[in-house]
Design a protein around this ligand. Structure first.
Ligand code: B1M
Length: 265
């Protein structure tokens, strides 16, 4: 059973979409993510196990290699395609609610900016890490982001900007979101940004690459889990905690002694 999940992770890592895909050349004619995901489900492996023990570790390895300049954009795009091929088979289990996502992530390129290659990579890596990604596209006004936050309580938000001229729009967007939702966690990225700029505009986290974004979201999840002190929580509890615990400028101390955040407490 583990073997097929390892093979699946390998397909994600090296971008093997399906059997007929010629890429990568050393995996020619071998089963790809498409066939292996289908086989794994047939073997009775749960969709959640396939995601967590096959796809996510594969995508994580790609993220780390990309950060270390060991692979480049085309390879990451192939990995994302392989991930999507496998996810097609798992989709019904997500849609039915049988497999819970880690949370929702709303992402967009700020208004006035049409660059989406980096933003798409970030979205794909985050989706590959087990989050539901709501991609609002490019040239996204603050009002559209606020609408998405309203529709998806407890979501985290990611903003991308590639132009020095749209960095100011990012600042305005963060200000508008924070004035409606002061507790909203906002992650920012894009080539011209720095962590100093992130501080200036009052966003919560800056990542220069997709892997940093994944790790930030993961750290938020872990802090929530530590506060809750158990890992199997209902979705409503998760939403409640994100909405209420993250209101503070910084997260409260982890572990015992932190505030209770179960609905009704
Ligand atoms: Co444009 N462009 N472009 N462009 N373009 C740049 C950004 C530029 C640096 C080129 C240059 O002059 N050397 C320059 C900006 C200069 C500046 O502002 N200082 C520039 C310009 C000026 C323009 C126009 C104004 C040109 C014109 O029309 N006169 C115009 C603006 C249009 C607009 O947006 N309103 C324009 C248009 C375009 C195209 C449409 C032709 C095309 C975009 C196609 C598309 O995205 N669908 C384009 C492209 C392709 C580029 C370059 C060549 C490549 C950008 C890219 O995709 N990089 C770029 C020059 C360059 O970077 N070499 C350039 C690859 C991508 C994987 O990297 O987007 O940095 P990147 O994303 C990274 C990280 O930044 C990070 O992770 C990604 C992966 O590592 N990241 C995040 C990104 N978002 C993140 C969010 C996060 C976390 C990390 O959390 C939420």
């Amino acid at each position: 059973m583990n073997n097929i999940l390892e093979q699946l992770g390998h397909c994600i890592e090296f971008g093997k979409i399906n059997q007929s895909s010629p890429y990568p050349p050393d995996m020619k004619d071998m089963d790809g993510a498409d066939e292996l995901a289908r086989q794994a489900l047939k073997m009775g492996i749960s969709a959640s196990e396939i995601l967590q023990s096959g796809l996510v570790p594969g995508m994580e390895r790609v993220g780390v290699k990309f950060r270390e300049n060991k692979v480049f954009v085309p390879q990451v795009l192939m990995s994302a395609k392989a991930m999507h091929a496998a996810m097609e088979h798992l989709k019904p289990f997500f849609q039915s609610g049988e497999v819970a996502r880690k949370g929702k992530f709303v992402i967009g390129t700020v208004s006035g900016d049409l660059h989406d290659i980096g933003k798409n990579l970030v979205g794909m890596m985050i989706e590959g890490a087990g989050w539901e990604v709501i991609d609002l596209g490019v040239d996204v006004p603050a009002s559209k982001l606020i609408e998405a936050i309203e529709k998806n309580p407890g979501c985290l938000v990611g903003l991308s900007a590639l132009l020095t001229t749209t960095m100011i729009n990012m600042a305005d967007t963060v200000r508008e979101i924070k004035s409606s939702y002061p507790s909203q966690k906002i992650l920012v990225g894009g080539a011209p940004l720095t962590d100093n700029f992130r501080k200036e505009i009052g966003a919560d986290f800056y990542s220069p690459d997709p892997q940093g974004a994944v790790e930030y979201l993961q750290s938020v999840t872990e802090q929530i889990m530590k506060l809750l002190d158990f890992s199997n929580i209902a979705f409503e509890t998760w939403v409640f905690c994100l909405k209420n615990l993250l209101v503070a400028e910084s997260l409260p101390p982890t572990g015992h002694g932190g505030p209770s955040c179960r609905p009704g407490d």
